[in-house]
Design a protein around this ligand. Structure first.
Ligand SMILES: Nc1ncnc2c1ncn2[C@@H]1O[C@H](COP(=O)(O)OP(=O)(O)OP(=O)(O)O)[C@@H](O)[C@H]1O
Length: 343
């Protein structure tokens, strides 16, 4: 089912949580709402769900206005960060819950419920744990059960609010790959909230970058990463360096005086000798090893601007860099934005 978000605005007192937000989510897409804390992601998700009422604007499901319809009638499935499984019920009963509480006329038979729950447990790869209680599961398993429970009622839309937020990094990474595969199987239109750019880039068909109640950009992961619409998006999707009024002789030459050049840390090359005028002399200030990567902080000569470069360990070893050394930095890919924008 497609979702259209039309001019949604929401204030909390004098605070603008959503500022006339519009967005179309095609049927079957997996969309990430990505943004810093307080940018309005959860508020938008709750409005789509019908848990919150917008001050103005409409939400359409398959072209039909849902603004006035009750949460119950929207056929929305939810998964939240903190697993809200019923502690006193087994995994089986948790997943069956949405079906067993249906009024008698629409409730499936006992056998149908049994088949459906077991099918869902197989889908989330936990068929062997039907008899366990939530306290006997790991965090990742609980989230998969929460997802099976949300899917049991065959939602037309699945909404996930930081579903893996409370889990450790490794489980998170596993679960997001799993969610992607699951979505490829079931194709239910899904919207998930995250502040983790890696999660959004890896999982989503489309990323909606939010900031202060506005949508900064919506596009495929490649789009937003390769063609960020503004410095906010660029900065939110990776470490960047700013160069104010430097980098003469580079492609942005001749642009406005207030133009600022942005270069991602992994697009900064470090050279032993100066190749041409696009290299800037710099001193190595700090070296930090981060697993397979090495982050090198440098100070560009002539001003006090710090530049961060990210290199592979291999390249770092080849260069044999030492703290305090003089080298040259060359920005590989430069993006220029006129400075009327605050990150
Ligand atoms: N019921 C409420 N009453 C008052 N202010 C609220 C309410 N709900 C949200 N807000 C405020 O609206 C802003 C947006 O909140 P929201 O939860 O949508 O942000 P978010 O992008 O999901 O952030 P996070 O990643 O921290 O959950 C926040 O500043 C929050 O404090």
């Amino acid at each position: 089912m497609s979702i259209e978000i039309e001019n949604i605005a929401k204030q909390f007192g004098s605070f603008t949580a959503l500022n006339n937000v519009s967005l179309t989510i095609p049927s079957g897409e997996l969309v990430a709402l990505l943004g810093p804390s307080g940018s309005g992601k959860t508020t938008l998700l709750r409005i789509i769900a019908g848990l919150e009422t917008p001050d103005s604007g409409r939400i359409l499901f398959d072209g039909r206005d849902t603004t006035e319809s009750h949460v119950r009638d929207r056929k929305v499935g939810f998964v939240f960060q903190h697993y809200a499984l019923f502690k006193h019920m087994t995994v089986f009963d948790n997943v069956a819950f949405g079906l067993t509480v249906r009024p008698r006329e629409t409730r499936p038979s006992r056998q149908e419920i049994q088949d459906k729950v077991m099918e869902l447990l197989r889908l989330v790869q936990l068929a062997g744990l039907a008899g366990r209680y939530p306290s006997q599961l790991s965090g990742g398993q609980r989230q998969r059960i929460a997802l099976a429970r949300a899917l049991a009622v065959e939602p037309r839309v699945l909404l996930l609010d930081e579903p893996f937020g409370a889990l450790d990094a490794q489980v998170r990474a596993e679960l997001r790959r799993w969610l992607r595969r699951l979505h490829d199987e079931i194709h239910v239109t899904s919207v998930f909230v995250t502040h983790d750019q890696e999660e959004a880039l890896e999982v989503a068909d489309r990323i909606v970058v939010m900031n202060r109640g506005n949508i900064e950009q919506a596009g495929t992961p490649d789009d937003v990463y390769e063609h960020p619409a503004n410095p906010f998006v660029l900065n939110f999707l990776g470490n960047v360096n700013l160069f104010h009024g430097r980098l003469q002789g580079t492609p942005q030459q001749g642009r406005a005086d207030n133009a600022v050049s942005y270069v991602r840390s992994h697009d900064i090359e470090i050279e032993r000798g100066r190749q041409d005028s696009s290299s800037l002399p710099a001193t190595v200030r700090h070296i930090q090893k981060l697993g397979p990567q090495v982050r090198v902080t440098l100070v560009v000569e002539g001003n006090d601007e710090f530049v961060e470069a990210e290199l592979t360990r291999e390249l770092f070893r080849t260069l044999g860099l030492q703290q305090g050394e003089q080298v040259f930095v060359r920005p590989r890919q430069i993006r220029v934005f006129v400075e009327d924008y605050q990150i």
